[in-house]
Design a protein around this ligand. Structure first.
Ligand SMILES: Nc1ncnc2c1ncn2[C@@H]1O[C@H](COP(=O)(O)OP(=O)(O)O)[C@@H](O)[C@H]1O
Ligand SMILES: [Mg+2]
Length: 309
């Protein structure tokens, strides 16, 4: 478990990260979202024990980042936003070198290297020169290097930046797999849709402040009391639209064609059940009721608006 407790960083008189607190559990894939300069890298570097907090701390499996940095380092894999690879070595040599750095016993290294190559889909490049790899493969190799010591927490600073869509999709798949293995994954991005579809938790940071943290739906629910319900009927959509107008909890109705009506709805789940029952009881030939999915981008814009204004 990762517990972040009022983590705070000043650079001189400038505050880059303001009392950030959150908790992540094994298997969490956490999207750490914020625009450039928001404080993501500063937070990640503190968690990676490379930068001392001004105050506050974090604990990984009970080990404090300021009191026991070496214990913490054994348990984290950190991928910086700008990473350098050693070009004039083979892929397996590169991983062997990092296995040695992380004190993986000599007899275990070949097995470990095979495992991380397999996981990152690089087995076929085992004997290739690092310099010959595509950008996406180099990114995966960097991730493989972060995995040789089997860390419990992965800190990935903007790993998807500079990748083409295909490499990005592969990275997403890999991160989801690592989540299923029970690791804690913190992945940062300034591009929201990059993270939307595979993180189970998100945090939104702006100007050093964590403006929102939680499950994607949870955050959206807290923000938006109004949701959009869509009713698809066999016919009589315009009649239904008029019938809905002015009913309890209905803010607006929109006729979307011959068979579809949308409404802005601000009631509870119970109110929603009541509404659906009433429509059916009134004899409308309802085929489908749909709640419009939460758009993470809307959430982000909503949350950050306050901070930017
Ligand atoms: N070493 C430093 N000295 C002074 N200011 C810094 C330093 N590093 C970062 N900053 C400032 O702290 C803020 C947060 O930076 P950073 O954590 O890199 O944001 P992000 O990774 O979200 O883009 C920015 O305003 C940046 O200019
Ligand atoms: Mg950064």
């Amino acid at each position: 478990m990762l517990e972040v407790l009022n983590l705070h960083k000043n650079y001189g008189s400038f505050t880059a990260v303001t009392d950030v607190s959150f908790t992540l559990e094994p298997g969490d894939v956490f999207g750490f979202i914020g625009s450039n300069g928001a404080g993501k890298t500063t937070t990640i570097k503190m968690l990676a024990t490379l930068l001392e907090p001004t105050h506050g701390t974090a604990r990984l499996d009970g080990f404090d980042i300021t009191e026991h940095p070496l214990e913490v380092r054994k348990r984290i894999g950190y991928m910086p936003d700008f990473f350098g690879l050693y070009d004039d070595v083979k892929v397996w040599e590169y991983l062997d070198y990092f296995s040695a750095l992380y004190s993986v016993p000599v007899k275990d290294r070949p097995g470990v290297i095979d495992n991380v190559l397999e996981l990152t889909d690089l087995t076929f490049k085992r004997d290739a020169m690092v310099a010959s790899l595509s950008r996406g493969m180099q990114q995966r190799l960097c991730l493989a290097r972060c995995l040789v010591h089997d860390p419990t927490l992965l800190l990935l600073d903007e790993p998807a930046s500079g990748l083409d869509p295909r490499a990005r999709a592969e990275l997403k798949e890999l991160l989801a797999e690592l989540g299923r293995m029970g690791k804690i994954i913190l992945v940062s991005s300034h591009i929201l849709p990059e993270l939307a579809d595979f993180c189970n938790k998100v945090g939104i940071i702006e100007r050093g402040n964590m403006l929102a943290f939680g499950g994607v739906d949870e955050i959206a629910r807290g923000l938006k009391s109004i949701k959009v319900l869509e009713f698809r009927v066999m016919d009589r959509a315009s009649e239904l639209s008029m019938w809905l107008h002015g009913k309890p909890n209905i803010q607006n109705t929109y006729l979307m064609g011959a068979t579809t009506v949308k409404v802005d709805f601000d009631g509870s789940h119970e109110n929603q059940v009541e509404l659906v029952r009433a429509i059916v009881n009134a004899g409308y030939p309802v085929m489908e009721v749909r709640e419009e999915g939460v758009d993470l981008e809307d959430v982000f814009l909503n949350v950050t608006q306050g901070a930017l204004n």
